[in-house]
Design a protein around this ligand. Structure first.
Ligand SMILES: [Zn+2]
Length: 88
């Protein structure tokens, strides 16, 4: 089972990949296993999915409006910066 264990570096890497839908099933499995025991990576993956949610909601909003206003864009990047600051 040695191969099943991830380092925190590997876990965050898979976390990033899965955010973009690039992680394989076994990678996600290993990541889930890792975050059960590792609080730091759990926080990291939660933070990552939060950011993805913001993008998704903004994107669907964008489809309805056809175009994202400059205001929305700066607001979004502001939210992004705040979250990164709060979590680092
Ligand atoms: Zn970890």
């Amino acid at each position: 089972m040695g191969k099943f264990k991830l380092s925190c570096d590997e876990a965050t890497m898979i976390c990033d990949k899965s955010q973009y839908g690039e992680a394989s099933f076994s990678e996600k499995l290993k990541l889930n296993f890792h975050v059960m025991f590792c609080k730091i990576c759990k926080m990291y993956s939660q933070q990552n999915s939060k950011l993805t949610d913001i993008f998704k909601s903004k994107c669907s909003l964008n489809e309805n409006k056809q175009k994202m206003s400059e205001n929305d864009k700066s607001e979004l990047s502001k939210q992004f910066q705040e979250m990164l600051k709060n979590n680092s």
